[in-house]
Design a protein around this ligand. Structure first.
Ligand code: GAF
Length: 383
């Protein structure tokens, strides 16, 4: 990312120098759709990030410019509403949430650029939200804790973007640490860092370059199915709060007789929470083969039971599963497009990308993008 260019462009638009904040995208090694069920996730921040230039204004206006869209947007801090344009909502929603928590801000100028590919399941939206929350915290000396930055960012996504997401993406962007994965308990918010020691292997993202349109409505619907399952189980077990507290016997007794689809969705989540705990042990002990096998299992469940995959993602996972230099592969994030995450032997990465790109193009007529992932630190001011 060319920070000097960002500064020059910012000055040409706003006639002042910016403070620059960087906030990274994320991967998730395993533990998908578990965050909003009180379970565990295992994300890491990556070296693709959103960069914001910001400066204070003398009035109460918010002036935005998005480099990707070459678009401006103007709003006022005293009357914030979601915009039909879409992209401003990740910023306006954060400004709104910060004020709803009682913090005082003034108007600001903001310029947004970055290299997190949008729609790739790498949480560019969470990165924008965390960057904005952090930038406003610094600009107006608010002393918001890093955890609250993540929570404000998540709430902005609920209220202004309309996606009832869990906390994983915002937490990873705010708390990422180079060379570490985060094992996060999404109920207590306790977390620990686990070194990503991949011993001759690397994490490779294969980007389908598709994002199917049902992703947001389907995401909210999956969450409702999980909540429905919990509501039925509460008839017999009133202390159960989320699927984190549920076992298969409870599902068989209280959910299976009521609705086969809700049962299948809940069963996947209960299995995925258990799988993450095993996966974290394997990563800590360097058992990469076993970790990879669990990733394939997760993909299978996300595709067949939770039904958030798509033919392009399934094709990519199927294409690598018999290659002895790929230990694990799975779709990542909310689903319906974006990237697969793969553990690939270093010396075979080029060969893999060449092979899969050709096969993918032949099948779908779409170009594949591939990125070898480096991990990175979380949200910070860089200038
Ligand atoms: C999206 C959401 F934003 C996360 O909170 C998480 O639920 C993920 O999908 C699925 O694991 O990225």
């Amino acid at each position: 990312m060319d920070i000097e260019r960002l500064k020059v462009v910012f000055k040409s638009i706003y006639y002042t120098d910016p403070m620059v904040v960087r906030s990274p995208g994320r991967i998730n090694i395993i533990g998908e759709h578990t965050d909003y069920n009180g379970g565990f996730v295992m994300p890491a921040a990556i070296d693709k990030a959103i960069y914001l230039g910001v400066s204070k204004r003398e009035d109460d206006e918010i002036h935005l410019y998005a480099e990707d869209f070459k678009q401006t947007h103007t709003a006022n801090i005293n009357s914030l509403e979601p915009s039909k344009k879409g992209w401003p909502n990740y910023i306006l929603g954060v400004a709104d949430q910060i004020q709803k928590r009682g913090y005082k801000i003034g108007g600001f100028n903001l310029y947004i650029d970055g290299d997190v590919p949008p729609g790739a399941g790498l949480s560019s939206s969470a990165a924008v939200e965390c960057a904005t929350a952090f930038a406003l915290d610094q600009l107006f000396s608010l002393s918001i804790s890093r955890l609250d930055i993540a929570l404000i960012a998540q709430k902005a996504e609920h209220t202004f973007a309309g996606v009832n997401c869990g906390i994983m993406d915002q937490f990873a962007s705010a708390f990422g640490k180079k060379d570490q994965a985060i094992v996060l308990d999404c109920r207590s918010m306790d977390y620990r860092y686990v070194p990503l020691q991949l011993k001759g292997y690397k994490l490779v993202l294969l980007n389908t370059n598709v994002k199917h349109s049902l992703s947001e409505s389907a995401y909210n619907k999956r969450r409702e199915s999980c909540e429905q399952g919990v509501a039925w189980i509460k008839d017999g077990y009133p202390n159960v709060e989320t699927l984190r507290d549920v076992d298969l016997a409870m599902l068989d007794e209280y959910v299976k007789p009521k609705d086969a689809d809700v049962y299948t969705k809940c069963k996947f989540i209960v299995g995925e929470i258990a799988r993450l705990i095993k996966a974290a042990d394997h990563l800590e002990q360097g058992h990469l083969k076993e970790l990879g096998e669990l990733m394939f299992e997760t993909h299978n469940g996300l595709s067949k039971d939770y039904e958030v995959s798509c033919k392009e993602l399934d094709f990519l996972v199927d294409s690598v599963k018999d290659l002895d230099y790929v230990l694990g592969s799975r779709m990542m994030g909310g689903g319906f497009g974006g990237c697969t995450l793969n553990i690939v032997k270093d010396e075979n990465i080029e060969e893999l990308i060449e092979k899969i790109s050709a096969e993918y193009h032949k099948e779908f007529g779409i170009n594949l993008d591939a990125y070898t992932v480096e991990t990175a630190d979380g949200t910070s001011v860089i200038i």
